[in-house]
Design a protein around this ligand. Structure first.
Ligand code: NCD
Length: 309
């Protein structure tokens, strides 16, 4: 079938800083004037193809399209799709791109969204590929940081937990490395340190300041943002390693005692044990606002990829 060149979002690097600024502006405008946008995608269909579990990402994409007046179809587990019969991703995408105007896809294999984009007639959005990237979570994070801090420059950002397999971490580092005077505090057990390619190809290449530690309290007083993550159980080969590492960090009120009054605590969710529920009532806990913001930045992204005015 004839394929026209379409825009995709595979990696956060596909967007310039200006593109990100524009998406944040539109998302803020949607939050202020929801009714203005409620028919922008009338007649359009979003397909959500989720080959891996999800709550927020899939439902926020679907909510985003429904709030724009569009419709949604898709599946939420590969076992209910023809993948279970042995169909290739390329064939699934070729077919579904004839049933929809835009596709959001989550897949356990790193790089699968590139294969999808090569076989799609419509824009492909990477909604998470293995332990690699998660660009729309990063857009959600950037919208939240810009709303909370009124800036994206000059921030000291603590990233804590599974920095090895956490795809939200990899995309967030890539995005924030482009802003002025970003400093990262990379907090993880030795086994879950940030991959070397992120250090050399992102941090060092862009001269971004960073330190690595396994102590969550060591730099607490310097942080503007603390981004907690869960240990990514599904990426472990060995259950015993997961069990040993899963409760390595539990953020509680005591650990926050030296933190700034305007610290912003984020987490892409789902949370397992890494933030005690006693922190939820702290005015610095912004992870549920972050999840809320996800719908609006995805609305802005859908409008942009579908080139709706
Ligand atoms: C994240 C993911 O899927 O990578 N969740 C999300 O999209 N909000 C984080 C996680 O699963 O730990």
């Amino acid at each position: 079938m004839k394929r026209e060149k379409t825009k995709n979002l595979i990696d956060i690097k596909d967007l310039s800083k200006k593109d990100i600024d524009d998406l944040i502006k539109v998302a803020n405008d949607i939050i202020q004037h929801k009714e203005k946008y409620s028919h922008k995608c009338d007649g359009k269909i979003l397909a959500t193809l989720f080959f891996e579990p999800s709550t927020r990402t899939r439902l926020s994409f679907e909510s985003a399209m429904l709030r724009l007046g569009g419709k949604v179809l898709g599946f939420s587990e590969s076992s209910s799709s023809s993948t279970a019969k042995g169909e290739t991703l390329a064939d699934t995408i070729q077919v579904v791109s004839g049933y929809s105007d835009i596709i959001a896809m989550r897949h356990p294999k790193e790089g699968a969204p590139v294969v999808a984009a090569n076989h799609s007639m419509v824009p492909i959005i990477n909604a998470g590929d293995g332990g690699h990237n998660h660009p729309t979570q990063t857009l959600t994070d950037l919208l939240t940081i810009s709303r909370e801090k009124k800036k994206l420059d000059n921030l000291t950002i603590g990233l804590c937990g599974d920095l090895k397999f956490g795809r939200t971490i990899h995309s967030l580092i890539t995005a924030m490395s482009r802003y002025k005077n970003t400093k990262f505090i990379l907090i993880s057990p030795d086994e879950l340190k940030i991959p070397d390619y992120i250090k050399t190809e992102v941090l060092e290449k862009n001269n971004v300041e960073y330190v690595e530690t396994n102590n969550i309290e060591e730099y607490m007083s310097e942080l503007d943002i603390l981004y907690m993550t869960r240990v990514q159980k599904e990426r472990f080969f060995n259950e015993a390693d997961y069990v040993r590492l899963k409760d390595y960090y539990i953020l509680d009120k005591h650990k926050l005692s030296t933190a700034k009054k305007d610290l912003c605590i984020l987490h892409p969710l789902p949370r397992v044990n890494e933030i005690a529920t006693e922190v939820d009532g702290d005015s610095r806990a912004k992870y549920f606002e972050q999840a809320y913001n996800g719908v609006y930045i995805r609305m802005a992204l859908i409008l942009s990829l579908l080139e709706v005015e």
